[in-house]
Design a protein around this ligand. Structure first.
Ligand code: GLV
Length: 331
């Protein structure tokens, strides 16, 4: 008998077909939103799950599911998983790093450019029929070329963003939990600074750090007050890293120039104050959303699940395990 798995959200049908070669697949191709109770119900008796970053898989759920052996996120971020609880229970957890790095870095730049140069605000202005004539101060923004780029969180995506900065002649400063090796700093032309220096010196500040209790509200009213009034802030990482209410206040008060947000606290809800300030560009968590990259993410998540449940050509060796300690004593 094939092991049973759940795919919590709609994904490419051919990926479902591939999973079906190895598993009895309960798929959610109708893409119904599974709340915590529905998720628990659908997971009963399943050996594995191909999950989405919005599916909360915590200690209580893991304890209630003794047959669960693998949780495979279709996302690089995994703050939706209680990794210590999964590890303690002997459940393999995986994510999808690398395949989305460049696409996400591209989108960081798209959001930065749109924010600094007021692209969406300009389009709304035009569509509303307000464009009557040229004027010297119409929708003026902040320069990107030559400005100082600040990056908070210098992992794979932060580094891919930094690499792109040379074409814009931008000095790059960064802050990270651990400083990069000197050789990498040199290759990226990036200078390590304290968090306070980063806030004070960046003309455009991009957030690409993982969400954790330590990074909760890493950008709050006090941090926003340290930024330049001409600065922009881009959140590409996770909701909750920025205090969205404090950001809306800072934007309204013109304490900073503008913000670009792809992620939100409590998404898909968006703080109502952010919807009423003009100097913010808002996108619905689409940084990795290119056709090619979403396919690569789904394929990697499926590869992880097949291998984690000891099937397929890499049986027992999932390519991107978050908790490798679990492998010798997994369920
Ligand atoms: C998307 O947010 C991801 O973590 O892959």
């Amino acid at each position: 008998m094939k092991p049973s798995i759940l795919v919590t959200r709609a994904i490419f049908p051919d990926v479902i077909d591939r999973l079906a070669q190895y598993f009895d697949v309960d798929s959610n191709q109708e893409d119904a939103v599974l709340d915590a109770a529905a998720l628990r119900e659908r997971l009963a008796g399943k050996a594995g799950v191909l999950a989405n970053a919005a599916d909360r898989i915590d200690g209580a759920l893991v304890c209630a599911l003794p047959q669960l052996r693998a949780v495979c996120n279709m996302a690089v971020g995994y703050n939706n998983l209680d990794v210590p609880a999964l590890t303690a229970a002997g459940v393999v957890a995986t994510n999808t790093p690398d395949v989305l790095t460049e696409t996400t870095a591209d989108f960081g730049w798209a959001l930065l450019m749109a924010t600094a140069r007021r692209v969406t605000e300009s389009e709304h202005y035009l569509r509303a029929g307000k464009w009557e004539r040229w004027s010297y101060d119409m929708l003026v923004g902040m320069d990107v070329f030559g400005a100082t780029l600040g990056i908070l969180g210098m992992g794979r995506i932060g580094q891919a963003i930094a690499r792109r900065a040379s074409g814009f002649g931008m000095p790059v400063i960064y802050h990270n939990r651990s400083r990069l090796p000197a050789e990498t700093e040199q290759q990226l032309n990036a200078r390590y600074v304290t968090k306070d220096e980063l806030l004070a010196q960046a003309d455009h500040l991009i957030l690409v750090l993982p969400y954790s209790p330590e990074s909760h509200h890493a950008i709050d009213a006090a941090e926003l007050a340290k930024m330049k009034p001409t600065a922009t802030l881009i959140n590409l990482a996770r909701g909750g890293i920025v205090n969205d209410a404090a950001l809306a206040n800072a934007l309204r008060a013109r304490q900073i120039f503008a913000a670009g947000l792809d992620v939100f606290e409590g998404e898909p809800s968006v703080h109502p104050d952010l919807l009423t300030v003009p100097n913010v560009v808002l996108t619905p968590h689409i940084a990795s959303a290119s056709e090619k990259t979403r396919r690569a993410m789904a394929t990697l998540a499926a590869d992880n699940l097949i291998a984690a449940l000891d099937a397929g050509p890499n049986a027992g060796h999932p390519p991107s395990v978050i908790n490798p300690d679990v492998m010798p004593r997994r369920r």
